[in-house]
Design a protein around this ligand. Sequence first.
Ligand code: NAD
Ligand code: DAU
Length: 349
Amino acid sequence: MKKILITGGAGFIGSHVVRLFVNKYPDYQIYNLDKLTYAGNLENLSDVDKMPNYHFVKGDIVDAAFINQLFEKERFDGVIHLAAESHVDRSITNPMEFIFTNVVGTVNLLNAAKAIWKDNYEGKRFYHISTDEVYGALGDTGSFKETTPYSPHSPYSAAKASSDHFVRAYHDTYGLPTVISNCSNNYGPNQFPEKLIPLFINNIKHNKSLPVYGKGINVRDWLYVVDHARAIDLIFHKGKTGETYNIGGNNEWRNIDLIKKLIEIMDRKLGRPEGTSLELITYVTDRAGHDLRYAIDASKLRAELGWEPTIRFDEGFEKTVEWYLANEAWLNNVTSGSYQDYYRKMYGE
Ligand code: NAD
Ligand code: DAU
């Protein structure tokens, strides 16, 4: 019987990880710790929240006393840490929140794990879920390897880079059994519509303009979220202690090409004549510090643990659009209230 703490399990990627673990490991007790910020939504877990091996704890990883008490009480065997402030644009307007949650919150969890495991690390693991953005930006060629030097450009990626450094420092200094993975852009169901794909799906649906930053030539490497969750499962169980693994989709798209592909699918699904929504494309001022290109070399993960993405992009993209169209209530719920203020401040309409 293992007790696993998953932080940020009510968010986008976290909810897919919780679902996978609760279903796949009935002999594990899965604890989902989440503050339920604007990005956390327990509706994301409505299909698993009655399972006997699932437990929800509402709490803030920045609150060290609370975290210490929780670890003392539950004595987790493993931690899969996803809780974070995750949106680059929000980090530009409010960096402190990112330093508190992403840096201080991560160090609080490291301290609490270290305190309960007390040098007896047999069967224990602290797994930090991180991002490819820590490596900075690529030019037209090349890809990020695990050995690529860190060069973050946004407050978000600087905070994630800092938390990665603390995780490695706790491994090197105290011998804490850590592992880190750095993944490229995820897409799929349950992503908060501040991120490119769900934001644009929602806007196309409501005939609202599509704010393309700069010239739309930035490149991202897209991975279906369920494939990320599968990689997390594999690395948590079989990754080598102290190591870092890159995870990516081997699937690079220029933003503008991805947006045109999305418009093609959406117009078809909404029964609009082909190309109707192209007129919604609006070029706006570029994101400050906007990284030109990300691309992941995931060959280490493939060679050592045999992981490959299983969902082809065509299939995953179509399924994603279908999910948002079928889950109108979810979309309406998360875009009501404070989302409207965010949207007005961010996009001025
Ligand atoms: P998300 O914003 O959808 O979810 C974050 C979750 O963390 C939410 O449920 C939120 O309530 C919770 N949370 C935030 N602050 C908290 C706090 N102080 N205490 C407890 N819970 C808190 O994020 P996501 O896109 O699912 O990303 C999850 C993780 O994966 C993050 O660490 C992110 O850096 C990393 N990541 C994301 C992507 C991506 O494309 N989305 C890619 C690579 C890595
Ligand atoms: O690479 C992994 C990262 O991917 C994760 O660590 C982050 O948590 C996640 O948010 C994501 O970061 P990006 O900044 O790449 O994702 P976002 O969806 O915000 O933007 C994708 C691209 O689209 C980026 O080049 C900016 C552009 N964009 C985004 C928005 C929201 C626009 O052109 N217009 C927009 O309105």
